[in-house]
Design a protein around this ligand. Sequence first.
Ligand code: C5P
Length: 319
Amino acid sequence: MLALIMKENAVRESEIVNIIFTATPDINAAFPAEAARAIGLSAVPLLGAQEIEVVGAPRLCVRVVVFVDNGRHRDSVKHIYLRGAVGLRPDLVGVQTFGMLNVAIDGPAGAGKSTVAKGIALRMGLRYLDTGAMYRAVTWLALSQGVDLQDAAILSRLAREMIFDLNADSQLTLDGRVLGNEIRTPLVNVSVSLVSSYEELREVIVEKQRKLALRGGIVMDGRDIGTTVLKDAPVKIFLVADPRERARRRLVELRALGHDVDLEAVVLQIEQRDYFDSHRAVSPLRPASDAVIVDTTNLEVEMVISHILDIIARKKDAI
Ligand code: C5P
């Protein structure tokens, strides 16, 4: 079975991080680790464990989970079933299941994505990732190191070396430190669209975003989540709002951070950023064909959240 998993998924030994074998409690004379050594995997860490007794669970089953690090998205993984097994239990699979649901929230600047996405994550006990913060972090680091923002190659290299993670409160960390308001300055605001338009840099960042989503159970907000990053997310929302209303919201945020800016300047900036984000060649801002469009112009945050929770509940019934 292990050999088949590797063959069908074109996995090489050097790409395997570890392998876990489990057997149902009615199996007591199998040594899967020996089988792995027998097919030539001499250096890979292996773990064998017996599953707990669960009423109604299938009998005489062995499962093999191969953890690989080869940059491929898990949606392309082929599951292998032998001797009459036909699939994983739906509640264990991840993306398709409700408990581990992924939600994609896209839209232009100031449409309310991050507030709404955080609210949904909190209510559903999911993790939250603000993908714009990752592009902002690259921009901020590049600016603080004096990197030329026209130099796509250096920026991609810089991005590749950055280690992003989410802490237990879904705060984005860079190299172990929580990112704060340093990535939300007016200078970062006007520079980030250029930085995020480079193809290679986007590939690097998208791969990091998918890694953070590997476990499932995440709400991500951004511009290309439904179209690129989580193409298979069962729930996709595209938030829109009138540009003046979006500028007004941004103005409140910027003033709260102590930046002295006026409304007209923010309207202009937001319109420019939207134009740039939706006209770039790679992953432009646009709704996925299966996204639900929600106009937040005249809606309070709580109304938007409960509307989206309704959409998710309907989706759940349909799964
Ligand atoms: O969401 P936020 O306004 O913080 O995003 C900052 C910028 O990052 C956007 O204007 C866009 O250029 C870029 N971005 C992107 N793809 C994403 C998220 C953000 O290109 N998924």
